[in-house]
Design a protein around this ligand. Structure first.
Ligand code: 475
Length: 834
């Protein structure tokens, strides 16, 4: 197996061949020349005949060219220094649009704006041409994108490894209020940010069987005889650091048929079958699975996981390490971070590479492997923990299953040594589960192999130790740690909220964007009338920007002067969009029934954004109900000008960047103990929204930092939830004893929102009444009471603005730069390259 031959075959003599690539001039003039050159030579059109898409592609290429020399230089420096690299292994990267971020990272925004204007073009229009790469579902994928941004900005060598899905997360539309999914064809108009490297393709094997044989030294060895294979073609993407000249790499793999594969069939004389084989191979990277938090145990999904992990391990060993590198020292050069269990098949894959291909003994291979991996868990929901049936795993990856069995044997022997004769414990801890079918518990495999295991917020990490992996934390207490999530302030403050960013810079000077704790210096300004007025003006302007966008994007009219109440996140029962909905219906019902004059309502617009997994019935029914309630409430004269519900379809990173800076109130209302961290919660606080939230995930830390007076806490905490569950939870009792809750649910059951059909929402309402796994009814009263406090506070605009400023000033902790520093210190044991 081998290194590719790279570089010239004889010594270069031309001076340019050894110097770094020249860089286009950092001037308006140089920019215009480069832009027109790209338009003419790359797009093949004259400016006068160019489409907006041509212009966007030429602009992207211009910015890309500017980064190119730095990219090549980064890679050279990293190699030369033999620095330790972070190998971030993630099945998802929810990147968002690239152009704005690249302009920011290169400080080219102003030059581009002026240069384009001289060409009669508008930068904002061109930026809006970009279709965002939606290669992720939600929090987990967006976190990966924030982390690679921070590592580049902090000058840490990192390669992000993942899958180049041809179709990302589906595009959501509504038909009669119901979600309809459409294919996300993000590559259709060209993809200026990627660099394919077919010459660096990697073959990935599947299927077949294993055989024993005796090698030349008389050693018993195993060989895997696979039955089919595909080619992984790497596509490189730039990950530019913010104004620091570093450009790291995101390497996404695309599946292609191997020659051998279709030739075999072709030679059998069946051309049509050979073409089908092509399709079969290419299916592997065709589409992102749209399940968030509840992955389905589908064969293609396991193929995707092994595919990208096998490519990624081979890539680093063959192409990033120097020839002849002793793999016993692999952990000195790379540390792999497993983003949830999706890439955990990397553990037996590295064992296989070392033992079967490189001739390591089992113990030598384990010594290396157990130093190379760390594991981040993103959930507490039992149904979200991946278990692959041994039937499937054995069929697809027979050698890997053998290796997992042996890892398990060795591990259980260790457990037995520490807890002799404790058979129950051994069974509980086994990587292999026996029920409902024999399967491999990927979280256990990850925990056994990892140097460190972390949760994503303080509460989550604690619950991970106490509830999900208690036996493991007893066995290896030091293996467990916490790293609270963070978000990149480049995208979610500077790009999304330029006006707030300017206001902050005016107050505390530059530099805060890479040292976000400096936002603390804003605290005194919370009592400065002039600053407060400017801050409120920025919020108002962001609302106007959103109003304009929603009008053109969705034909939604946002009323002026409303409290903007926003709940955006994947649709999931544990996140409790239904609780927010009950609050809306309750307000509406009180006005309708005359219990409350409309004039008593604080004018409020509630904005939802949420995609449901296409197979998740309850989530889709909830979307339908929200849309139906919106239609009714928005056309009811009784609450006109007082209450409005907006549900723009297809919530994505691009929309988030406009919505979050406009929000007054951030809804973070999951049942305590269910939301691992949340990251939207951080983005809202950093943009000056106040949070109404439960004591869950990172809400706990947000509240501690901003202070109780500036956070609206409600509902049961985690111990109370556990206690209520143990005692026996009966949601119907809340309906019986709470007249307002009862009137609210009865209004839905009456058919009021469904054109008189009383059964339209039975699934949602009866689930709440009879099961309510996430205890929305138990928290209802506390929620609506706390919403009343929100309204009281909002009536005092001055106090509200003060709280909003303090939210910004006190949440600098939630920069993903800080998360990366924590990973570097507690998990990766490495530091920036300087
Ligand atoms: C948590 N996604 C948030 C965020 O740590 C947390 C799972 C399986 C298949 C596909 N996608 C998933 C998740 O589990 C996920 O996004 N989890 C989220 O990770 C980052 O902030 O609380 O729900």
């Amino acid at each position: 197996s081998g290194h590719r031959t790279l570089g010239p075959t004889s010594t270069p003599t031309h001076p340019l061949a050894t110097a770094p690539v020249g860089m286009p001039a950092h001037s308006v003039d140089g920019f215009v020349r480069e832009f027109l050159h790209e338009l003419n030579t790359n797009q093949g059109v004259a400016l006068s005949r160019s489409s907006a898409n041509d212009q966007y592609l030429a602009l992207a290429s211009t910015v890309r060219n500017y980064l190119m020399a730095r990219w090549l230089e980064t890679s050279r420096r990293t190699r030369e220094a033999k620095a330790k690299t972070i190998g971030y292994l993630s099945a998802e990267y929810l990147l968002g649009r690239q152009l704005g971020n690249a302009l920011l990272a290169t400080d080219l925004n102003e030059i581009a704006e002026k240069g384009l204007a001289l060409c009669g073009l508008d930068l904002v229009t061109l930026r809006n041409q970009e279709v965002e790469p939606g290669l992720g579902n939600g929090g987990l994928g967006r976190l990966a994108a924030c982390f690679i941004d921070s590592l580049a900005t902090m000058d840490v060598p990192c390669i992000g490894y993942g899958i180049r899905y041809e179709y990302g997360i589906f595009r959501q539309t509504f038909v009669d209020g119901r979600q309809v999914e459409e294919t996300d064809t993000w590559l259709a108009l060209g993809s200026p940010w990627e660099f394919p490297h077919p010459e660096a393709s990697v073959q990935v094997d599947f299927g077949g069987h294993t055989e024993r044989y005796v090698d030349a030294d008389g050693e018993e060895r195993t060989r895997w005889v696979p039955s089919w294979n595909v080619l992984g073609v790497p596509y490189n993407y730039m990950v530019p650091g913010y104004l620091n000249g570093r450009v790291n790499t995101l390497r996404l793999w695309s599946a292609q048929a191997t020659k051998a594969f279709d030739l075999q069939i072709f030679n059998a004389g069946d051309y049509a079958q050979a073409v089908r084989a092509q399709t079969f191979a290419e299916n592997i990277s065709k589409v992102l699975y749209p399940e968030d938090s509840t992955p389905q145990g589908k064969e293609l999904r396991l193929q995707q996981q092994y595919f990208f992990v096998a490519c990624s391990l081979r890539d680093f060993i063959d192409n990033e390490l120097e020839e002849g590198f002793d793999l016993h020292n692999l952990a000195d050069r790379i540390t792999y971070q497993l983003n949830d269990t999706h890439p955990v098949i990397a553990v037996p894959e590295l064992m296989r590479l070392l033992i079967d291909v490189r001739g390591f003994s089992w113990d030598e291979a384990w010594e290396v492997t157990s130093k190379c991996f760390n594991y981040t868990c993103h959930t507490l929901l039992p149904e979200a923990l991946e278990v692959w049936s041994t039937e499937l795993l054995g069929r697809l990856l027979p050698r890997h299953l053998e290796i997992v069995y042996r890892i398990n044997d060795q591990f259980l022997a260790e457990v037995d040594k520490t807890f002799p004769g404790d058979g129950l414990r051994t069974r509980r801890m086994s990587i292999i589960s026996e029920y409902p079918e024999r399967g491999v518990r990927m979280a256990y495999l990850a925990t056994v192999a990892a140097g460190k295991v972390n949760g994503v917020a303080a509460l989550h990490s604690q619950l991970l130790r106490d509830k999900v992996l208690p036996d493991f934390s007893e066995l290896w207490p030091d293996k467990f740690t916490n790293v609270t999530n963070g978000v990149t302030p480049r995208r979610f403050v500077k790009l999304a909220n330029p006006k707030l960013s300017d206001l902050i810079t005016d107050a505390i000077g530059p530099g805060w964007l890479t040292n976000l704790e400096r936002l603390k210096e804003l605290e005194p300004y919370a009592d400065d009338p002039e600053f407060k007025a400017s801050f409120a003006a920025v919020k108002a302007s962001n609302k106007q920007r959103l109003t304009a966008l929603l009008k053109t994007r969705d034909d939604i009219d946002l009323p002026d002067g409303h409290l903007l109440d926003v709940m955006v996140k994947r649709l999931h029962e544990y996140k409790r969009q239904s609780l927010k909905l009950l609050h809306i219906v309750s307000l509406y019902e009180q006005v309708l029934s005359g219990k409350l004059p409309a004039s008593a309502l604080t004018p409020r617009t509630v904005v939802f954004g949420a995609k449901a997994a296409p197979g998740y019935r309850m989530a889709k029914d909830t979307i339908h109900l929200i849309n139906k309630v919106a239609m009714k409430v928005n056309s009811a004269p009784e609450v006109e000008g007082r209450l409005k519900v907006a549900f723009p379809a297809n919530y994505n990173v691009t929309l988030a960047e406009k919505l979050i800076p406009a929000a007054d109130l951030s809804e973070q209302i999951s049942l305590a103990g269910m939301e691992a961290s949340g990251t939207g919660n951080m983005k809202f606080a950093l943009n000056g929204a106040l949070t109404i939230g439960t004591d869950d995930g990172a809400n706990v830390e947000i509240r501690q930092l901003v202070g109780d007076k500036h956070f609206f806490l409600f509902g049961m905490d985690e111990p109370a939830v556990t206690e209520l569950g143990a005692k026996g939870y009966h949601p119907g009792a809340y309906y019986e004893s709470n007249p307002q809750l009862r009137a609210t649910l009865d209004l839905i059951l009456s058919g009021h929102f469904s054109d008189g059909d009383p059964h339209a929402f039975d699934s949602v309402v009866f689930n709440l009444l009879h099961q309510d796994r996430f205890m929305a009814l138990a928290d209802f009263q506390s929620y609506v009471d706390t919403q009343a406090l929100v309204e009281q506070r909002y009536a005092d605009q001055d106090a509200w603005t003060r709280s909003a400023i303090l939210n910004v000033a006190r949440t600098g902790y939630f920069s993903s730069d800080r998360s990366m520093r924590d990973y570097l210190q507690r998990i990766w044991h490495t530091s920036p390259m300087l």
